[in-house]
Write a protein of this length. Structure first.
Length: 326
């Protein structure tokens, strides 16, 4: 009798494995019929893990060093975007990054019900690898329920790969991505205003076109806005080397200010802020002004304060102007 029970257990287990094998075989056989360039509809985080060579250049934010034989070519390519394009192109679009958050930040629990966001990214003649690495990091490291859409605003780029090739690439990504083309070079602010006007998210998150979001970047921004919709939130801005593309953690002990020439500057967090936070560095810092390149703002509040001044040309000054509005 006992042997009969054992046999039934073995048969049931074997049948389960056979069914699993058949499912996997059918799934990947179907995928093989797809265009090789098409992204597979796996979860972003899973796809990032299985498709990336963990030992590749720049993984975990490590520096990419160019051999001496390629130094001259590297210097020529550097002039195109004012960063080491050769190093950037060697790095995977979904490269891994270290988690440099404070331990207290890693264990924080945020409300389940947070507002969703539209991410607006303006670019002009941006490099393919930096632009798509920005997009990939947003998709791979944002909870899907919180990421409503990504809006790419092309400020009259002239490079061919940023036209049809870019449109074809983003069609296969999991998140809705809208590309808006400015008819003529309009500058950062008017391009951002066009993207904001087209956004549908409860929150607008503005990002530069050459940044990489790290794990847990989005939830704390949206949580502050949920607490008070008139809060405008900036993340800590870490550093990516323009020479080696090494990822380096920024300081949480500086905040934005300005001098009497109205130039934005980073200053040490004053003692009054440290006292207010009672030594808890995971709490947000109240800051007079912001850098302006990366921040989240409630969409309705953005409109209530008058958005940006549409008369601003190219870039510069919008960070202080927005800070004063807030």
């Amino acid at each position: 009798m006992r042997r009969f029970v054992y046999c039934k257990v073995v048969l049931a287990t074997s049948l389960l494995w056979v069914l699993l094998d058949v499912f996997l075989l059918l799934y990947f056989s179907e995928c093989n019929k797809c265009d090789d360039k098409k992204e597979r509809s796996l979860l972003p985080a899973l796809r990032a893990v299985i498709s990336r060579n963990q030992e590749g250049p720049g993984e975990m934010g490590k520096a990419v060093l160019i051999p001496k034989d390629d130094q001259e070519k590297m210097k020529e390519l550097f002039k195109i975007n004012q960063f080491n394009l050769m190093a950037s192109d060697l790095i995977a679009l979904n490269r891994s990054l270290p988690d440099v958050r404070l331990d207290g930040c890693k264990t924080k629990v945020y409300p389940e019900e947070l507002p969703n966001t539209s991410v607006v990214i303006v670019f002009h003649n941006e490099a393919w690898s930096t632009l798509l690495r920005t997009v990939s990091s947003v998709i791979n490291r944002s909870p899907p329920r919180l990421l409503r859409e990504i809006i790419l605003v092309d400020d009259a780029s002239e490079r061919e790969f940023l036209k049809a090739s870019l449109e074809n690439y983003v069609k296969n990504l999991e998140v809705p991505i809208k590309i808006i083309r400015m008819e003529q070079r309009s500058g950062l602010i008017r391009a951002r205003l066009r993207g904001a006007a087209a956004s549908k998210g409860q929150v607008i998150t503005f990002l530069d076109a050459h940044c990489e979001c790290t794990l847990g970047w989005l939830e704390p921004l949206l949580a502050r806005i949920k607490e008070d919709r008139k809060t405008v939130v900036c993340p800590i801005i870490d550093v990516i080397s323009d020479d080696t593309f090494e990822y380096m953690a920024g300081s949480d002990m500086t905040y934005g200010g300005f001098n009497w020439k109205l130039n934005f500057r980073w200053y040490p967090v004053p003692q009054r802020e440290m006292d207010r936070r009672k030594g808890d560095r995971t709490l947000p810092v109240r800051t007079p002004t912001m850098a302006g390149g990366l921040f989240s703002i409630d969409r309705n509040y953005f409109e209530e304060i008058g958005t940006y001044d549409a008369g601003m040309d190219i870039w510069g000054g919008e960070n202080l102007e927005m800070s004063f509005r807030v």
